[in-house]
Each structure stands twice: as structure tokens, then as C-alpha cells.
Write a protein that binds this ligand. Sequence first.
Ligand SMILES: Cc1cc2nc3c(=O)[nH]c(=O)nc-3n(C[C@H](O)[C@H](O)[C@H](O)COP(=O)(O)OP(=O)(O)OC[C@H]3O[C@@H](n4cnc5c(N)ncnc54)[C@H](O)[C@@H]3O)c2cc1C
Ligand SMILES: Cc1cc2nc3c(=O)[nH]c(=O)nc-3n(C[C@H](O)[C@H](O)[C@H](O)COP(=O)(O)O)c2cc1C
Length: 453
Amino acid sequence: MILTNDPTRLALTAVCLAGYGLVCLLPWLRLRRARAAAQAARAGGGANAWIVAYASQTGNAEQLARQTSETLRVAGVANRICEFDELEQADLRSTERILFLTSTYGEGDAPDAAASFAQRLMTRTGLELQHLHYAVLALGDSAYASFCGFGRALDAWLHGQGAQPLFARVEVDRSNADSIAHWRRQLSHLVGTSDAPDWSAPAFADWRLAARRLLNPGSAGAPLYHLELEPAAGALPAWQSGDLVQVAAPGDAERPREYSIASVPQDGRVHLLVRLHRQADGSHGLASGWLTQDVPAGGAVQLRLRQHRRFRLEDNAERPLILIGNGSGIAGLRGHLRARVQARQACNWLLFGERNAAHDSHYAAELAALEAAGMLTLDLAFSRDAGGRVYVQDLLLRQADNLRAWVDEGAAIYVCGSLEGMAAGVDQALQQIFTSTTMMEMARTGRYRRDVY
Ligand SMILES: Cc1cc2nc3c(=O)[nH]c(=O)nc-3n(C[C@H](O)[C@H](O)[C@H](O)COP(=O)(O)OP(=O)(O)OC[C@H]3O[C@@H](n4cnc5c(N)ncnc54)[C@H](O)[C@@H]3O)c2cc1C
Ligand SMILES: Cc1cc2nc3c(=O)[nH]c(=O)nc-3n(C[C@H](O)[C@H](O)[C@H](O)COP(=O)(O)O)c2cc1C
């Protein structure tokens, strides 16, 4: 060791040591403060309660938010769970601890449940949130150019308003279990608990492919198959129209594929519509290729049901329904129609787009029967038929007056199908017909719901 009496060097060393000490101390100080806050929330609840805010399109962030909230509750920390869109500026001003859990959609965009939050609050600056301590769990998929784009933008915005991170943003690539475990550990550390509830995702179960048929022979589009599945053993589990399944494709259990359920439990089977996906080189998509070409009749499929609360009927069960979609999106809409038949709710309007009437009129007989029974108003747009390209968004504009009348009567709007091409066009048409403020409000109150992918 070289000893020195040089005062400049000594001063520099002291500054360095002090700096290092501070760096080491800061996380400890933060943790102490957070634990003190947890203590306060334990003692008082009310004004000291933490907020667990989530924005989720297909339920991942929501499920993790519920587990986060439960972990806090088990540790005795009072907390309120809510969607981003329920948050007001006053909440940010009056709350000291908020945990934000969000996914990213579109290309780096907020999920629908955070669209109003992003517009109302994240466009503001100078909010002076120095009192607010927060953490961000950002869900995403690194296959997208803007990985965790919305979670990152949220983190940067909060930081820009002076809010203090409790710990560094946790990013989760395709539901990666290690990253989720990291968030859970940070949380347990923060609230000082070691007995957090089990967070493992429900296991996949063995199902059996009971039936499969091609719906669109001769179509200009990719083949679309109707599949029926039943549990390999035991009773059919419960689900609601709007829910999804996840399928574990062989060799890629890490990245389960989602499919909208096209049936209700009364049908006795889970019905899916699977479009055979083709890669740029012509090879088949892994899951859709396997499900539509390789699994033999009676063959085993690893599957689990997922609640998709954002697309369920819930409070809208008594309202008139406007169902809008294209292509395989008929799956989620058919699920709702079958639920409406069970509930004897006759006020349903389906506006649906595909390519050719001759090849792509999925479930034509079934829909015609509903129409004949007075349970369905049906409007179809075929983009490749003679008479010009008509898309489902064109139908909406043509029917603007009727749509306004339905919405005045209290109707809810459900959109299912492709994000590219359809969802943005439909959203634009709806904003044109109803104004963007009305659509934002309808989304916030759950009367405008989307399952788009
Ligand atoms: C909420 C939701 C509901 C859905 N509902 C339906 C439905 O009802 N019917 C339906 O047909 N589809 C539905 N989908 C789409 C479905 O989940 C699959 O994405 C689709 O079947 C293609 O999967 P695949 O395995 O066949 O293709 P993949 O093999 O996954 O290929 C699809 C694309 O992903 C890319 N890719 C492949 N492997 C990787 C990898 N390891 N990492 C990153 N990128 C990769 C490929 O380049 C390709 O462009 C839904 C999706 C969501 C999110
Ligand atoms: C249509 C679509 C678009 C997506 N866009 C992005 C994106 O731009 N960036 C990203 O990181 N992840 C993106 N994702 C991945 C989701 O964020 C990821 O699957 C997440 O786990 C979904 O969580 P949720 O169920 O809470 O919505 C996208 C997923 C879908 C289906």
C-alpha cells in the first residue's frame, strides 16, 4: 500500500470515499424509507395506502398486479388496485407509493386501459411529484422494435416529474419467469416479507383435439380452421365468452400462443379458429402450423384457459351489443353471440369483414339462423368481391346514423381481429362517428372493448 501525506490526494481520497459511501447508502436509505412507509400503511391504511396500478390488454399485467396486491396484503400493507385509466392527477399528488404494472401494444403504445392516462397525464410536465415513490414492471416482447416502449416512457415521465424510483424498472420479455421472480423479490424486500403467496402461472393441462375442419376452402386468404378441444380427463373447466386459451407449441413452451375462444361452456368444448400463419420463406408458423396440420384427430394439445376480463361481457351483458371484426376475429365475436343466445339477449349487431363471400363466409348458416330468429342484425363487407373494396370500417361509416342510435340506446362496442389494417381503421371510423372524446370515455367505462392482435 502506498501511503501519502499529499493534502490534495488525501482530500481527493476523502471525497471519493464519501461519494462511494453515499452510493452504497442511497439504496439502503431508500429501502428504509420504503419499509417505514410499509409500516405506516400497515398501521393506518387510508391515506397511507399504496396503489397497485395496472394496464393490461390480454391479462398478463393484470394477473401480476393482483399477485402484487396480494403480496402487499399478506405483508399487512394496505393497498388499492386499479387500472391506469382510473388514476387522476390527485392520486399522483396524494399517494406516496405507487407500483405500476403495464404491457406495451401496437408499436410501443399504451394498452387500451392506459390510453386515457397517457393522454390526460403523461402529456403534462412540471407535476412536481417529488413525494411519490414508484416502481415499474414493464411487460413486452423483444420481437417488437419498441421493446417495453410504454413502460419505459412511463418510467421516464415519472422520473421527469421528480418521482423517485423504489428500485430500477423491471422488464419482462415474453412473461420470462426469472424477471417476474426478480420483481417479486424486490417487492418482498421492500415490504420485508418472506411468505409471499405462490406466483406460478397455472399449469398447462392435456386436452384432446376432438374435431378440426377447414372453414375457407378456395380462399385467397390463408387457410382458417375451426378446432374443437376437450379435456383429456376430468370435467370441462369454466370460462366466459371473451376469454382466451394459451397453447404450448412443441419446442416453444416459453412462448405460448393465444387464441380467442369461440364457444361457451354449454357447447361442451372449447372452439378455436386458427389461421395458418406463413413465414416470409413460406414455412408454417410454429403453433398454427402444428395445430392445423400436424396434431392428428384425437391428439394431445397442451392448453390452459385464461380469463380475459377486458373482453368479457361483464356489465355490458344487459346492453345491446355492436360486434365488429375481421378474419379470425369472428372467433371472439362468435363466443359473445353464443353467450347472448344462452342469455336470450336479442339485441346484437355484427359488422364483419373478409375477402370473398364465396369462400370466407364463416359460420354462414349459424349466423343466418340467428338473423332469422330475430337475434342478430348482420352486415358483411367483402374486400375482394366485384363492386369494389369494402372493408368493415367502410360499413361503419355507411351505418353512422344507426350506430349513433344504438349507442344512444346504451350499446357497447366489441372489436376483435387484426391490429394491422382493421383495428386502427375501425377506431378511426368510430372516432369520426362519435368523436374521440366519446370513444375515450366509452373505453374508460368499459363500453368499448378490443381483442386485437
Ligand atoms: C390476444 C390474442 C388473441 C389471438 N387470437 C387468435 C385467434 O383467435 N386465431 C388466430 O389464428 N390467431 C390468434 N392470435 C395470434 C396467435 O396467437 C399466433 O400469434 C398466431 O397463430 C401465429 O403463431 P405461430 O406460432 O403460428 O407463428 P410464429 O411461429 O410465432 O410466427 C409468427 C411471427 O412471429 C415471429 N417469430 C417466430 N418465432 C419467434 C421468436 N422465437 N421470437 C420472436 N419472434 C418470433 C415470426 O417471424 C413471425 O413473423 C391471437 C393473438 C393474441 C395476442
Ligand atoms: C398486437 C401486439 C402488439 C404488441 N406490441 C408490443 C410492442 O410494441 N413492444 C413490446 O415490447 N411488446 C409488445 N407486445 C407484447 C406484449 O406487451 C406482451 O405480450 C405482454 O406480455 C402482454 O401483456 P398483457 O396481457 O398484460 O397485455 C405486443 C403484443 C401484441 C399481441
